[in-house]
Write a protein that binds this ligand. Structure first.
Ligand SMILES: [Fe+2]
Ligand SMILES: [Fe+2]
Length: 399
């Protein structure tokens, strides 16, 4: 429950320590905390987490709550927004969320400082086993085929220095903004699958064997949601046509079932595969950032960030698309770190070290996950922090 009430940020102790101090603070805060722990009032939990996520008060104001609710209503089945009406084909609007409750039902908000967002490095974990090599080969092959199909031939420097952006695009050395969006939308629609499959299978295992999961389910669910939010963000910039949707449908059908089978047989290999997939995602977004900052995607210079992104990553109101892409890349870096770490663990016996907190981007951006012994050490540290907080809260309550 503690985990649900805190906001996931890249700042380590932040996820861990919000509820405990809150219990000893003001009455409204105390009330919210009890709601999180003792009732099914999920929206209140979201409200608590949101207000804790930002130091300014704007998100707790009634108007901001109303605005956020309105934004999220677009996701509701039956919403009449243009974005969803094509899919739901319902002719009426159903408003089931009271205006007084913030429609902020995501599992967490990743919040990064500027410094963290720029501390990400492109890294590669050298395969050490046959299954690692196979996973890496599969990812590399998929990327090569994908680039070939769309005619993209990335190069660091153009063949001749005087080539214009148009000429580079025509030759396949640069992507247009539409090509970037198609690529991102397709890949994000796939990227949201593994976390959900892993969470589903571990959930079912827990039910079947009637034993607790070791903290893996939530992290996997968070990854799935985080990837889906990437998709939702870019969907606000470009609405795909019917052909594109059919492609996604086919790819999802194949990939979901394949990944399900692989995870059933070898969770370790499945997480390693995702680790390599995320390495490529970091490469892709890094190239996008470089192109954008070099003025090679002129259509996106000063392009404003979609509102859904400003809300999700808690960006400044005047944030640009470039800020969004930096945030997305940081998320992919987290997935890279988490999945390579989980692939180093025993999925039957080991605790997920990220169940309660995660290292910040200075660690995740520059390393490729914990080895098993490092993970064990990290879990111990987390326990010590929790115990310390518990003692502090007890002491404050007594006073
Ligand atoms: Fe993603
Ligand atoms: Fe990812």
């Amino acid at each position: 429950m503690l985990r649900t009430a805190v906001v996931k940020t890249s700042r380590p102790a932040f996820r861990l320590g919000l509820v405990a101090p809150c219990l000893a603070a003001s009455p409204p805060c105390l009330r919210s905390a009890f709601l999180v722990v003792g009732t099914s009032a999920a929206p209140a939990a979201r409200h608590l987490s949101t207000s804790s996520a930002r130091s300014n008060d704007d998100l707790t104001s009634r108007s901001a709550i109303h605005a956020a609710t309105e934004k999220h209503k677009q996701d509701l089945p039956g919403s009449s927004s243009s974005a969803t009406s094509l899919i739901t084909k319902q002719s009426h609007t159903v408003h089931t969320i009271p205006d007084t409750i913030q429609g902020d039902w995501v599992l967490f908000h990743p919040v990064y400082s500027k410094d963290e967002m720029t501390s990400v490095e492109v890294l590669h974990r050298v395969p050490t086993t046959f299954s690692d090599s196979l996973a890496h080969w599969l990812v590399k092959t998929a990327r090569t085929i994908f680039d070939w199909v769309v005619g993209y031939k990335h190069i660091e420097t153009p063949p001749t220095p005087d080539m214009t952006i148009e000429q580079l695009r025509k030759a396949g050395y640069l992507l247009t903004e539409k090509q970037w969006l198609d690529r991102i939308l397709f890949l994000e629609s796939i990227a949201g699958v593994p976390g959900m499959v892993a969470a589903t299978l571990r959930h079912l295992t827990s039910l079947r064997l009637m034993r607790r999961d070791k903290g893996w389910i939530h992290t996997c669910l968070e990854e799935a949601e985080n990837e889906r939010m990437h998709l939702m963000t870019f969907m606000h910039i470009r609405k795909p046509g019917m052909f594109f949707r059919l492609l996604v449908l086919g790819a999802q059908g194949v990939f979901y079932n394949l990944f399900f089978l692989v995870y059933t047989v070898s969770p370790r290999s499945a997480h390693r595969f995702v680790g390599y997939l995320e390495e490529e995602a970091v490469v892709t977004y890094t190239r996008c950032i470089h192109d954008l900052e070099a003025g090679k995607i002129p259509e996106w210079t000063d392009f404003p960030a979609p509102e859904i992104a400003i809300d999700y990553w808690r960006l400044q109101p005047n944030a640009k698309l470039l800020d969004v892409i930096y945030a997305v890349r940081s998320d992919e870096t987290t997935h890279r770190f988490v999945n390579h770490t989980l692939a180093n663990l025993n999925s039957d016996t080991d605790v997920n070290p990220f169940a309660l907190r995660e290292p910040d981007m200075h660690v995740k951006g520059k390393t490729l996950g914990f080895e098993r012994s490092e993970s064990e050490e990290y879990v111990k540290e987390s326990r010590e922090i929790i115990e310390k907080h518990a003692h502090e809260v007890q002491a404050e309550v007594k006073v």
